[in-house]
Design a protein around this ligand. Structure first.
Ligand code: ZN
Length: 308
């Protein structure tokens, strides 16, 4: 039997956020799917809109809560990475703070009202407005990591990165890390980028979400397209930054295999007269994302390298 579908508005830190609930008559896991944590990552938002609509006509067990655009303030203002209200990155603020700044309060509300009651959480992302990206999934070490790894694999992307808490961790305060602290299996799934609604990236996310449904036993049918080859599992995520501001010119593309010491790109003066920094690979790996904009500030993020 098809699930009951309801469209509602959820108050998160004083903002009315559109939410879709799909409730099946048959018991099963409670899956929460978040998109639009970053305001200009459009392919995953488009995928969640379409997937939730299509799911309304399918056999389902359990329930799904889907949020196509969580960070409305960043979406409306087309602000990449951060929320314009306070300049903070929502995916560094989880589990949030109820008496903090706007983004911290939004993280707190989303954590308590969406993430905390879930059996599994999928937070879908892309490269932001100025990032080109190779599709990958990310999960965090912890008590729920076996389940998270299974979800990451089921999403069907080419690379899966496991992050350990500690000083080497590239990103902390994410939705998936906060969920992991509660023992909830959660992943961040990335496909698409550069502020585009690429059809292939939308398809990739829809397939991934269907793969997760199948892995959780919530829908019987296998993900369309069938199982592909398994992902490459990576244990390190190295984020490279520039020392000084300037003009960034990458020498590699996302998904390209690079050797240790290989030139990844240069930062030069805006007049083109002088190379300020040559960035080389600290380890063999694969660039998961590359900043596509030449404009970089001091300590600006250039590239994220997935490594063994
Ligand atoms: Zn993102």
């Amino acid at each position: 039997m098809a699930p009951t579908v309801s469209y509602r508005t959820l108050d998160l830190a004083g903002v009315g956020v559109p939410v879709i609930d799909l409730d099946a008559a048959q018991d099963g896991p409670r899956l929460v799917v978040l998109a639009g944590v970053h305001g200009c990552e459009y392919a995953p938002m488009a995928a969640v809109r379409r997937w939730a609509r299509e799911l309304g006509d399918r056999e389902l067990r359990g329930s799904v809560t889907a949020v196509p655009v969580l960070n409305l303030s960043a979406f409306r203002s087309r602000t990449p990475f951060v929320t314009p209200d306070d300049g903070k990155n929502l995916n560094r603020c989880f589990p949030g703070n109820p008496s903090g700044t706007f983004t911290e309060r939004l993280a707190d509300a989303a954590f308590r009202q969406l993430i905390a009651g879930a059996d599994a959480v999928i937070d879908v992302h892309a490269g932001d407005m100025v990032e080109a990206l190779e599709p990958f999934a990310l999960y965090d070490a912890g008590p729920a990591e076996a389940g998270a790894r299974e979800l990451a694999t089921a999403y069907g992307l080419g690379y899966v990165i496991r992050q350990e808490p500690g000083p080497d961790r590239a990103v902390g305060g994410t939705s998936s890390a906060a969920a992991a602290t509660l023992g909830i299996p959660a992943i961040i799934a990335e496909a698409g980028g550069c502020g585009l609604v690429e059809r292939a990236a939308v398809e990739t996310h829809v397939r991934g979400l269907n793969g997760v449904l199948a892995a959780l036993g919530m829908a019987g049918d296998p993900p369309p397209g069938g199982p592909g080859r398994g992902p490459t599992y990576l244990r390190r995520f190295l984020w490279l930054r520039c020392a000084d501001e300037g003009w960034w010119e990458p020498a590699v593309r996302p998904g390209e295999t690079v050797a240790e010491g290989q030139l990844l790109g240069t930062v030069s003066t805006l007049d083109g007269g002088r190379v300020l920094q040559s960035i080389t690979a600290p380890a063999p790996g694969v660039p998961m994302f590359v900043t596509s904009s030449p404009a970089v500030i001091a300590d600006g993020l250039l590239l994220g390298l997935g490594a063994e």
